[in-house]
Design a binder for this molecule. Sequence first.
Ligand SMILES: Cc1ncc(COP(=O)(O)O)c(C=O)c1O
Length: 465
Amino acid sequence: MDGTFNENDLSRVVDADKAHVWHHLIQHKPFETTDPRIIVEGKGMRVWDQNGKEWLDAVSGGVWTVNVGYGREEICKAVYDQLMKLCYFAQSAGSIPGSLFAEKLIDKMPGLSRVYYTNSGSEANEKAFKMVRQIAHKKYGGKKNKILYRDRDYHGSTLAAMSAGGQDERNAQYGPFAPGFVRVPHCMEYRKHELGLEHLSGREFGIAAANLIEEVILREGPDTVGALCLEPVTAGGGVIEAPEGYWERVQEICKQYDILLHIDEVVCGIGRTGTWFGYQHYGIKPDFVTMAKGVASGYAAIACMVTTEEVFEMFKDDASDPMNYFRDISTFGGCTAGPAAALVNMQIIEDEGLLENCTAMGDRMMANLKALQEKHAVIGDVRGKGLFLGAELVTDRDTKEPVDEKQAQAVVAEVGAQGVIIGVTNRSVPGKNNTLCFSPALIATAEDIDAITEAVDVALAKVFG
Ligand SMILES: Cc1ncc(COP(=O)(O)O)c(C=O)c1O
């Protein structure tokens, strides 16, 4: 085949895709008889597929990424200009956008001071894990090396990130995993019966849920635990916001046992919950913050591992020792397109007041979803923060028995039949892939929000009567 194709006839693209592309997180058998969806174009909140069909995207590119919406000329132009000037140089040297974005980012993150560039959320998390391990060697004879992670949280697809993975369906069949990762219980109030804490609520429950982490630390031995890695709001594990009192107690526990706190902002980072970072809602003072998806809204690949001056200092305290620095590299952490796009992305959020819009539209969407909960008994719980929301579907509100995941997927399909793309937790927690996920771009209007929830209303009526 020659290299040309007719833009009005994408059948060749579909054929090439079916013949050669292995898509992410999807069973390919159906593509023997149907075509995969190919997204061709995007503008604002909308995308168009290979058949010219228009979709309202309520999931920002499928996985909480395109926070400022599609077709932002100013980002594309900045990336073009930067690539023409300098596309790449290894990050052992600096770059103009790398320095400027680090400065702008740190300005939004009081208490933190150093940015380590890399190219995916998984990799950013691995950088923090490696630092924790190296600190254990430097300060604690290698002993304080365990990394705690939470049930239902996710930190990425690479093997060490999966070793910190609290979603058993993601992990199944990919073990054995790296040693030294230890799971702590989830903190989900809706399913507090699983924790034996059904007698508690509100702040009391939050403190008790955090105390379950302390129990694990005491069991493992505080002198063996180096870090605790948590999502500020759990994403793919079911859109779970920690209860009141939880974070305060988590901080106390970390301080008491000298444990570094690593907050994974890969989803919440850069505006998704109405603040720059999710942790900023809760007064948390993290030692590591990782971020990826929303940093440049998908216009270029960029991820960051941000830490404190105190951690940074530990890696340069003895320059005479040739092993005494962070001996790590990420080749594509040196791509300049990432920070060039990220600078403009952040500027857009500021100039257009998108944090405020996120909060206002998030409140609207939450109210709409709560109204749907009144109407449809199948919605057991509605939760989330800003434009990061979930609706958990159950067969019975008393027993909280999850609906069959096929039914949850049928809702997504029925919403899709109306031209709206929403998500559902997918191959995550066994038996609990039952939470519908909503994460429209931060530019969403009231009309967009209402269109999304109206489509859900129709779909729920169709699937559950
Ligand atoms: C909370 C969280 N952390 C880390 C990751 C991994 O990011 P990436 O796919 O860029 O490696 C994800 C991806 O969905 C995520 O949701």
